[in-house]
Design a protein around this ligand. Structure first.
Ligand SMILES: Cc1cc2nc3c(=O)[nH]c(=O)nc-3n(C[C@H](O)[C@H](O)[C@H](O)COP(=O)(O)O)c2cc1C
Length: 214
């Protein structure tokens, strides 16, 4: 919880490809009215700009989100924390964030979390989630993967994290990159037990509106 009783969640953006997953997840969390405590690594900052343009730089994220996803994102409150600040509230088990997601998660940060290194606020906050038995969602992105990378995912899963690779599905016939991002963001919110309408529940049949064979 935030100090005024509002519910809060932590989101980390690291330097793996897939910035669109990060901004979609952030917008969806804010649209639910949550306080979002955001930490972006140096390479996460670079990937936001490289993949989405200068308008998506951390300093301009709020107007970027409103422009891309609409005024609904204003329901939440965004606080950006320095990845170098190991004294931030998120670094303590007394912080009552309901959970944390790392979207996308680089193999470097994955390794740091898997081995409990706590060198940065992202790593420390993830470590806190694990030790406090709260929800930690890790969205790794790399291909192919080495044995150490696979083992690091296993270590995180064994410690209680939800390992949710950036692997969008195609059975709902996505038409745009935003459809793919909605799918991953929806999975992240579901893993955090946060209601959303980003993806419809599987009904047992592929949607009839499919244009796949046209
Ligand atoms: C354009 C670009 C794309 C990258 N994509 C990935 C990726 O998909 N997965 C990954 O693990 N690392 C990727 N990297 C490498 C990471 O950014 C690098 O290992 C960095 O040290 C990660 O640091 P961080 O975890 O503190 O953000 C990429 C780097 C660049 C410059």
């Amino acid at each position: 919880m935030a100090t005024d009783g509002r519910r809060s969640v932590a989101l980390a953006i690291t330097g793996a490809s897939g910035a669109i997953y990060a901004v979609r997840t952030l917008a969806a969390l804010l649209a639910t009215g949550l306080d979002v405590e955001l930490v972006v690594t140096d390479y996460g900052r670079r990937l936001l700009r490289d993949e989405l343009g200068e308008d998506a730089s951390v300093e301009r994220l709020e107007p970027y989100l409103v422009g891309r996803y609409g005024e609904a994102v204003a329901a939440g409150r965004l606080t950006v924390l320095s990845n170098r600040d190991l004294g931030a509230s998120l670094a303590s088990g007394s912080h009552r964030a309901v959970g944390m997601a790392i979207v996308p998660c680089s193999m470097k940060t994955l390794a740091g979390v898997a081995h409990g290194l706590s060198r940065t606020l992202v790593e420390r906050a993830a470590d806190v989630m694990l030790k406090e038995r709260r929800t930690l969602v890790i969205v790794p992105r790399e291909t192919p993967m080495s044995l150490p990378q696979l083992e690091n995912m296993v270590r995180c899963a064994q410690a209680g994290a939800v390992v949710l690779p950036a692997m969008p599905a195609f059975y709902q016939h996505p038409k745009t990159l935003d459809d793919l991002a909605d799918f991953i963001a929806g999975k992240v919110l579901s893993a955090l037990s946060i209601d959303h309408d980003l993806i419809s529940n599987w009904s047992g049949r592929v949607q009839a509106t499919s244009k796949a064979h046209e």
